[in-house]
Structures are given as C-alpha cells and as structure tokens.
Write a protein that binds this ligand. Structure first.
Ligand code: TRP
Length: 828
C-alpha cells in the first residue's frame, strides 16, 4: 500500500506538470474537431482540482450501433444498480467532506465528474474520454481554463479498468480502482497509471485454494464469467492448486451476453457432477463472476429447484444483493467466499437519504433509483408503466442493496480511494523532501458465509501478511453449509482409501480420481490414502486387514489333530504288536510257531514295535536331535525288520528245497548263519546312516519358500544322496525279499508262510512307491505327516500280513495247529 501510494504521489506530480504545460502553450485550441456525441455525467461539480469517477450504474447496455456513418445514438443502458449508485454517492460524500475539512486540503476545493459505464468496456471508454475532455463532452477540457483532472476513481470491473487505464496511460493520469482485483494489473509496464484499493486476486485465489485444501474438497467445479477477471482468477487458482490434492472436474464459462440456454447447460454439467456420477461428487463449485452475470444465472439455477451445490463465491458476488431476498436462502444459503474488507463511513446513511427525485428533479438516475427501490415513477412517464410515487416513500430493510451502509465494502473502497488521492495531493502540496507521510496499511480479506437469516456471517480471516500456510483462520462452527447442513459437505472424486489398500490412479483421469486396491499379501498400508503398500520384513507377514506386519506363523507337525491321530495310531500299532508278541510267546511251543522259526518272528515283532514308535519322532518341533533321529531310526528299524523277513524267506525257501534229495542247503542256513545275515544286512544300513550323520547330518531349518506367509519348521536332509540311499537300500531289501518270497509262494503245505511274505512285501512296496511322489510334492509339515503315515501303514501291512493268519490259527482254530495239518495239503 505504501508503495502504491508512493507511486501515485509521483504520478500526480507528473500529471500536474503536463497539464500545466498544455494549458499555457496551446492557445489556439480550436473547435474544428468537435465531439459529435452527447454523454452527460451523472453528477458533476467544479473545484480547483477535478476527480473523475466511473461507476457501473447499470448492469448492462444495449449493443451500440457501430455503423460509423451517422452520429451514434446515445448510450442505452438497462438494469439500474442501486448498489453502484451508492458507490457513486459515496464518492460525492467523500469529496464534499474533504472540501469541508480544515485539515485536508484546507485552501483548495475538489470537484468531480461521475459517469456511468454500464458495466461495459466500450461505455467505460466513452466515459473516460468524457472525463478527460471536460465537464461535458462539448467542453474542450482543461486547456480552456477548466480545472485540472487530478485522477480517476474507477473502474469497477477489471475489463473496463483495462480500457480506461490504456486511455489514461499516455496522459499520465492516475486511476484508482475500487473493485478491479484482476492479477493482470500487476504488470506495471502495461498499466503504469493504475492503482487500486482492493487486494490483487492472487491473494484471493491463494485463500480459496487454502479453503479447498482445508475442507478436503478435492474434486471441484469452476465457473467463470467471460472477462479478464474470471480468466485471470481461474488461471491463478489452477496455478495455486498445482501440487495440492485438489483437482478440477470441469471449467465452464458464462457467456458475456447472458444466454439462458447456455446457463442451463452449465447448471446441468454442475448437477451431473453433484449426483455421484462415476462415484464422484464435485459438490463444491467455485465461481469467479460479477453480480451482473451471476444474478440471472442464479435465478435460473433456483428455477430448477435444486440445492445440492455448495457455492464458493468470489469477492465480486459474495456480497451480491441476490442474497438479500429470503426466498434465495434454501438454494444459496451456506454460500461461502472471501469478501473485501469492510469499513464504516460516518454520515453515509444520512447522505444517501438526501438523494430523492424531489431534490434532484433533473437527474434521471435518481428517478431510476426510485423506480428500482419503490417500483413507482416519480414523474409521469410514457416509457415506463408504473404507478406515480406518493412522495412519502421511506427506505426500508428490503432496500438493503442501496441502504446497506452499516458495513460497506466497495463503497468503503471508493471512500478510501478518494481520500488516498486527496491525501496524496495534500502531501504533495506540503511535502518536505525526506519526510514520508505514509502509514503501513494491511490488505486482509474477510471470509463471509451467508447464514440463516440472509445475513453475512464472518467466519474467518485471510491475512495475506502472515507466513505461508498460516494466512487462513476459519471458525468452522460458525458456518452453516448449503442445504442447512452443519456437516462439512463432501466434494471428492473418490472416497479415500482405507488403511490396507492403496490408491490406483485411473487411466486418463485426474489424480484425484482413483480406485482403492487392497495391498497384496505380505504388504501393508497403515494410513488412509496411501500411495503405496510397504513390504513386510522377512520374518513378518501382513495381518488379514493388511494394516500391520505380524510375525509369520511358524508351522510344524505339532500335536494338533494330525499329530494326535498319528500318535494314537502308532501307539495302537505298537500295542497290537506287543499283544501279538505275547500271544506268540505264550504259544511258542505250538507247531505253527515252532515250524515258522520262532526266533525270527520275535525279532520281526520287536523291530515292528520300534517301527511303530519311530513315527513319533516326526511329530513335534524339529530339533537337532529329532532331525538326526528321524530318518536314521526309521531306516535302521525297517532294515532290521526286512532283514529278518528276508532271513525268514530264505529259511522257508531253503527248507523246502532241502526236501529234495541231494540238497544240503539247510546246513548253511542254521540259526547262527541266519543271525549273521540279519546282522550284516542291517549293518550296511547302519554304516550308511553313520556316514550320513558324520558327513552332513539333517538339521532343523526354517522354510519360507512353500508358503510366503508362513515359516515352516522342517528337517533339512543335509544330504539328499544319503536320504535316497537309505530309502533305496530299504527298497532293495524289500524287492529282494519279495522276489524270493514270490519264488517260494507255490511251495506245498497248508500254511505257506511265503505267500504271506509276498503279500506283505507287495503292500510294503506299494506303500513306499506311493509315498515317494506324495512326499516330494507335499509342502513342509505335510511331508512329515506323509512319511509318518507311510511308516505306520507299512508297519501295519507287515504286522497284519505276517501275523494275523498265525494268530487266527493259534487263537481261533487251535485244532488246525498241528504239524500234520500244516504240512499236508488239503484237497481243494
Ligand atoms: N473484482 C472484480 C473485477 O476485478 C469485480 C467486478 C466488478 C466485476 N464488476 C465486474 C467482475 C463485472 C466481472 C464483471 O473485475
């Protein structure tokens, strides 16, 4: 502000100089070129210095006839604006006050010339030419002795101000705008004589961007008027929104010449985004437009009888008179926006009340004011069809558009602008070099929201002088949102992603529109709206919600269902074997036991008990010892068992071949030899196992390959070669045994042991052949269960095939338990 005033001060010096030089040098200013137009000021007064004023006293004007072949008709404007009229009167008031003041410009008087621009750049241009030319267009201005034009207070809309400033630029006449907030004026090279008493829109767009971010409105609509103001403001807002979470769903432009068809289309677009189209809700719509364009637009909006939109109003219409009718409330209540700072002008209310058609009978604008306020004609007129005014009209609350003098905003700007010029002139006339008279003023926006009773409610402040991020101060509890809501409206394209999921941007759509995809297993996100899921550390896995990493489940064949079943089966098997052992031991002198080599039978049964028990080593958490024991114990007991069976087969085979004459095999197969065979063939397995344990013993390991979510505790074989050797050796023994038993199967005798050995080996081989593929393909702890089952199944196979027939005869058919019966062959 100081800088601005300082510049103004300099320019005033220049203006005075140039004006004077023209006044004294150009004596022969002639009437040869005369303006052919007639453009009367709304108000004028003479003074030592003249201030020009340009105000949009009408909302719009009929398109002028630009056919330059005949004298253009006078400007025809429509839609009288009482609010702008009040601004014009405020300028008059300020000038009159200054003229009366003994402190400010005590020895000088100020005059003014106030023109109507009809809110239209071309008319603004005519107005500024009229101002510089003279009191009226007919006068040829300052060089004919008229007072020097000090400055122009104006214009309102930025597009008019641009035109005005371009015309004033060559003459170095300063203009002070009270409402042109366009950021474009910041270019001092283009607009060196432009000053203003309203903050640059750069602050407003910053404030709106912060407001959007504050309420997490990330999916918004933009509507603007088709003028510089809207264009630059939208540009600025888009720039401010870059790098924030806010995306713009659509930008629509209200045409320069209002068009209902187009307005309805825009409303339709806005609505389609309010109603959850494609899951998105752009409920919040930011509008940069002036009151003149917004009034018909909002009327059309309300005629649709909809109220779903949360309007964010720019300073140009947030205090518009549209809000002063109570029927607007259901549709526009809750509108929020940044208003210009207000101030109090003492005496304004009284001054406005002095303006009546009876005091100013020749001023057509005052008549128009009466028409607009009271709907009556103050003089009989053939043009308007209105009742004649009574003369008793009083100003009431409903005339707020004109009479709202308690907290003027733009009018206060006008007042400030006049004072700024007067003060500059005063200081210029009194200034001593080096003593600057300027004070430090702030620019602060007020945030306004229309509350319950169509009142403007102050809900916060935007202070551009504070540090970035701290400028916005909002009291949310004071805001009543659109549609009577006390909750902050939601305006987002996609709902935020809960923890456990991440954002996935949709192709070809703005970043605010995304899908939420759940994190992959093993990955987590623990905050809302995460962009990525984080991988869990090695020993951890995601919980079912994917929101936290929890230690992986450690799995092994425990004493759960499977473990208990296996334990029970192995216990049953071992007990059964012991029962069989007892039975056979008890009947050890009966022929069936004696004939079938009782010592070997006891060995087999003993080995089978061990076999059943060694399946237990597979259950429980693997430790160094249990891992080493598992395969070795199992392979040695099985080797022992099969060695015994092999011995038995050999004996059976030998016994029968020995019956043939000249054969003395039995001599070589006495009990000692048998023991030796069993011992050596078991010893081979023992040697393999010892080598295995010495070289690369099995050890417990944590396997994370089978299932990434679990740690499987298993025994690593150490050496697979050794493992397969051990199994292969058992297989070899079993096959040999099977082959021999198969040869002996046809031997005579009612009780043919060889047949049962064949069966048992068949079952044994079948079980272990089936085991191999299942074992290889079973993950982790299942492999242990499979092996344990295979051990149990093959042990049962052996027990049942070899001993059930014997027990059957011993216990149930004792009459058959004779040597005679066993050797002889029953006739079929
Ligand atoms: N701040 C606006 C501007 O700079 C205010 C305004 C006044 C306006 N009259 C207008 C905006 C007309 C658009 C149209 O222009």
């Amino acid at each position: 502000m100081t800088l601005t005033l300082f510049r103004l001060y300099h320019i005033l010096v220049l203006t005075l100089r140039s004006v004077c030089s023209v006044a004294f040098s150009d004596h022969d200013f002639d009437t040869r070129c005369a303006l052919r137009n007639h453009f009367e000021p709304a108000f004028k007064t003479q003074g030592d210095f003249v201030l020009g004023g340009i105000f949009p006293l009408h909302y719009n004007q009929e398109m002028p006839d630009l056919n330059s072949t005949y004298q253009p008709p006078p400007v025809k404007c429509n839609g009288f604006d009482p609010r702008a009229f009040r601004w014009a009167l405020t300028m008059r008031l300020a000038v009159e006050e200054i003229n009366r003041s003994k402190e400010l410009l005590p020895n000088h008087t100020l005059g003014y010339k106030i023109f109507d621009s009809c809110d239209y750049p071309l008319t603004g241009q005519r107005a500024v030419l009229a101002v510089v030319n003279g009191v009226t267009e007919k006068d040829h201005g300052i060089c004919r002795g008229a007072s020097p034009l000090l400055a122009i207070i104006g214009e309102s809309g930025s597009s008019q101000s641009i035109v005005v400033s371009r015309i004033l630029r060559p003459f170095r006449i300063p203009m002070i705008s009270y409402f042109s907030s366009c950021a474009c004026f910041a270019d001092r090279r283009k607009y060196p004589t432009f000053f203003r008493v309203i903050p640059n829109d750069d602050y407003q767009v910053k404030a709106i961007a912060q407001l959007l971010v504050h309420f997490n409105w990330t999916w918004i609509g933009l509507i603007r008027g088709d003028r510089e103001y809207g264009r630059f403001a939208v540009q600025g807002l888009l720039r401010e929104l870059q790098g924030t979470s806010v995306c713009v769903a659509y930008t629509e432009i209200i045409p320069l010449i209002y068009n209902q068809q187009r307005a309805l289309e825009i409303i339709q677009v806005a609505l389609s985004f309010t109603e959850r189209a494609f899951h998105s809700r752009a409920k919040v719509v930011v509008v940069f437009s002036a009151e003149g364009e917004m009034t018909p637009f909002l009327k059309d909006y309300m005629e649709q009888n909809i109220s779903g939109i949360q309007w964010i109003a720019s300073e140009a219409w947030v205090t518009a008179s549209v809000f002063s009718g109570s029927h607007y409330y259901p549709y526009l209540g809750g509108t929020i926006g940044f208003g210009i700072r207000k101030g109090y002008i003492p005496g304004l209310s009284d001054f406005l009340q002095t303006v009546t058609p009876y005091i100013y009978p020749s001023n057509p604008l005052v008549h128009e004011l009466w028409e607009a306020l009271y709907g009556c004609a103050s003089v009989p007129s053939s043009v308007v069809d209105l009742p004649i005014c009574s003369g008793e009209e009083t100003l009431m609350a409903k005339h707020a558009a004109y009479m709202n003098t308690s907290s003027p905003r733009v009018a206060y700007n006008v007042y400030k602008a006049v004072h700024a010029v007067a003060r500059s002139l005063h200081n210029l006339l009194l200034c001593q070099p080096g003593v600057g008279p300027f004070e430090n003023r702030k620019c602060i926006y007020n945030i306004l929201s229309t509350g319950g009773n169509i009142e403007f409610v102050l809900v916060g402040l935007f202070d551009g002088t504070k540090t970035t991020g701290q400028e916005l101060d909002i009291q949310e509890d004071r805001i009543i949102w659109a549609g009577h809501q006390s909750k902050v409206p939601v305006s987002v394209c996609s709902d935020s992603c809960a923890p456990g999921s991440r954002k996935a941007v949709r192709r070809g759509e703005p970043v605010c529109c995304f899908d939420c995809v759940p994190c992959d297993s093993g990955k987590i996100s623990n905050e809302t709206d995460s962009v990525d899921c984080a991988e869990c550390p090695e020993d951890f896995w995601s919980n079912p919600d994917q929101t936290a990493c929890i230690p992986k489940v450690v799995e092994f064949l425990a004493y759960d269902t499977v473990g208990i079943v296996l334990t029970v089966i192995s216990a049953v098997g071992a007990c059964l074997t012991i029962v069989v052992l007892v039975v056979i031991f008890h009947h050890r002198y009966t022929p069936i036991v004696r004939m079938n080599n009782s010592e070997l039978s006891f060995f087999i049964l003993f080995a089978l008990v061990l076999c059943f028990l060694c399946s237990l080593v597979f259950i429980g958490e693997p430790t160094n010892w249990s891992c080493m024991l598992r395969h070795t114990a199992f392979s040695i007991t099985f080797s022992l068992c099969i060695s015994c069976i092999l011995g038995k087969t050999l004996v059976v085979l030998a016994a029968f071949t020995a019956t043939r004459p000249g054969n003395n095999v039995m001599k070589w197969l006495g009990p000692n030899q048998q023991r030796a065979i069993i011992f050596t063939s078991t010893l081979v397995q023992v040697v393999i196992c010892v080598a295995w344990l010495i070289d690369a013993p099995p050890y417990p390991s944590r396997n994370m390959k089978y299932e990434r979510s679990k740690i499987i505790l298993e025994c690593s074989n150490g050496s697979s070669l050794a493992f397969w050797c051990v199994l292969g050796y058992i297989g070899l023994q079993a096959c040999l045994c099977f082959l021999l038993a198969f040869l002996a199967r046809e031997l005579p005798g009612n009780f043919n042991e060889a047949k049962f050995i064949t069966f048992s080996m068949l079952i044994f081989c079948a079980v272990w052949l089936a085991f191999i593929p299942v074992y290889i393909s079973s993950p982790g702890s299942y492999a242990d269960a499979v092996e344990s089952f295979a051990i149990l199944a093959s042990s049962f196979g052996l027990l049942l095939c070899l001993f059930v027939p014997k027990c059957y005869i011993i216990l149930l058919k004792p009459e058959k338990n004779t040597k005679q019966h066993l050797i002889s062959r029953d006739k079929k």
